[in-house]
Design a binder for this molecule. Structure first.
Ligand code: ZN
Length: 181
């Protein structure tokens, strides 16, 4: 347990450093790390903090996609289970955006339980951000498309954790009301 807390603190510190210059896309330009801590808090609450690998995954989930961290870095610092989980939720950036979005819908069903819970929390945080502070350049149509897409990705993550699903559904309902999706 004590060792778990050390690892978790180390993951938070590493994630904050890796994403130090990044901001959320929304008009408010929230520091990116707020997204990571929100996702992790959602996961911790929904699982009573029972799975430190999952929580570390929450903190680190965007390091491979959006920073210069490598898979090997994550293995060395946090172990292969955490690195594998982060890799599971990382899009292939060599593909075009539309293709990546399509693959998220298609491939999420075959992912691990942890990866699915992470996706649920990630999309919950993203929908909340969209409602709280929509990106300035996004048209109504783009906002609506995102909401519909997020729900489609999450469809195959259902049936694993009722409390987490409920917070997603609340965020989804609010986003639909706001953007008429
Ligand atoms: Zn994310």
């Amino acid at each position: 347990m004590t060792q778990d807390l050390v690892l978790l603190a180390r993951a938070a510190d590493y994630a904050a450093r890796q994403h130090i210059a990044q901001r959320r896309k929304g008009e408010a330009g929230e520091p990116y790390v707020n997204h990571l801590t929100e996702v992790t808090a959602l996961l911790a609450e929904a699982t009573d903090g029972a799975d430190v690998v999952l929580l570390m995954g929450g903190l680190l989930h965007d390091t491979l996609e959006d920073t210069d961290a490598t898979y090997e870095d994550l293995v060395q610092r946090f172990g292969s289970e955490v690195a594998a989980l982060v890799a599971e939720v990382t899009d292939d950036k060599s593909l075009r955006k539309e293709e990546r979005k399509r693959l998220q819908i298609e491939k999420t069903a075959s992912k691990s339980r942890r990866a699915k819970l992470l996706k649920l929390a990630d999309k919950t945080s993203n929908l909340r951000s969209l409602v709280r502070s929509p990106p300035s350049g996004w048209t109504e149509e783009r906002l609506r498309d995102y909401v519909v897409w997020a729900e489609a990705v999450v469809r195959s993550c259902r049936g694993l954790n009722a409390p987490l699903e409920a917070v997603f559904d609340t965020a989804y309902r609010e986003a639909r009301l706001r953007f008429g999706a």
